[in-house]
Design a protein around this ligand. Structure first.
Ligand code: PEP
Length: 301
């Protein structure tokens, strides 16, 4: 069994402790680690560090000039990746310009969408290889606006997720319930369904290049935000589902971001929760000062 790359064979078997931010402790049996199996026997505590991850989804906003100046401002605030990964997702036409503006900084480039075919007669679509060619390292899949405005279903989200991973991109897979689903008590069921379908055919060895964004649809762009306790409950359930899809140590290592009207004023409260590993930010990412304040909240969480 693959132990998820969490263990350092150079350290003694008594205790393996990795430095870095540690939001969760898991028990991994060292006697079995030696035998290549992480499931049973006496356990030692292993701290699993999850580096927070903050993304700025610009959606269909900015123009060529404002995209470049916003990217420059974000880049100058994040020259080194001191404890947090920062990604910005500009509109397709500005990827190259924004890539130039953040070059040399710790900020990474991401795309808001991808098509699952490699090339061919797919007018208007953009492949994973094209995104890589433009300097992208990340892509969003399953964003609620693509699901609920454009009409993407779980099967298409899965095809896009797999194509992006196979092309070497990292993926933020977005999931979350609508207001009606929440009122009907279906939050965990919806998240489980979207996760299970979205990650169909994805291997545990690819999980290091996947982050999950829990974005309740009713909170996106509305000014409404899940309470820290509600977000934590959803994130814990998502992590339990990831443990079923992959395995517990893989799930413990995966980052789960919260998205939905995250602002400088509520970011710290959300990100201090044990299973909240950063944020996916829409509106507030269009203001470099607000976005940086949220990144700083992630560093301190
Ligand atoms: C988003 O677009 O993913 C998002 C969370 O938007 P907002 O922060 O504006 O709610």
């Amino acid at each position: 069994m693959d132990c998820g790359g969490l263990l350092d064979p150079a350290l003694p078997d008594r205790l393996q402790l990795r430095s870095g931010r540690a939001k969760i402790a898991v028990l991994i049996p060292f006697a079995q680690r030696a035998a290549g199996d992480c499931t049973t026997l006496a356990a030692e505590e292993v701290i699993v560090p999850r580096k927070p991850i903050v993304g700025g989804n610009w959606k269909m906003n900015t123009n060529r000039g404002s995209a470049a100046s916003l990217a420059s401002a974000v880049a100058s605030a994040h020259q080194d990746d001191s404890g947090v990964e920062v990604i910005i997702f500009p509109p397709f036409p500005y990827l190259l310009e924004v890539g130039r503006a953040i070059s040399g900084s710790a900020v990474m480039l991401g795309a808001q969408d991808v098509y699952h075919e490699a090339d061919g007669a797919f007018t208007g679509e953009v492949s994973a290889a094209m995104l890589r060619d433009c300097g992208c390292r990340w892509v969003l899949t399953g964003h609620s606006e693509r699901r609920h405005v454009i009409g993407e279903d779980d099967a298409l989200v899965n095809r896009k997720t797999r194509a992006a991973l196979e092309a070497g991109l990292s993926v933020i897979l977005c999931i979350g319930e609508t207001r009606e689903q929440r009122a009907a008590g279906e939050t965990d069921d919806v998240n489980t369904r979207q996760l299970t379908a979205g990650l169909q055919g994805v291997s545990a060895s690819q999980s290091g290049r996947i982050a999950i964004a829990y974005e309740p649809v009713w909170a996106i762009g509305t000014g409404l935000t899940a309470t820290p306790d509600d977000a934590q409950a959803a994130h814990a359930a998502i992590r339990a589902t990831l443990a079923e899809i992959f395995d517990p140590s893989t799930a413990a290592a995966m980052r789960i971001q919260y998205g939905g009207s995250m602002k400088p004023g509520n970011a710290a409260g959300l990100m201090k929760m044990p299973d909240v590993d950063g944020g996916l930010i829409g509106g507030a990412s269009l203001n470099a000062g607000d976005f940086s304040a949220i990144v700083q909240a992630a560093v301190r969480a």
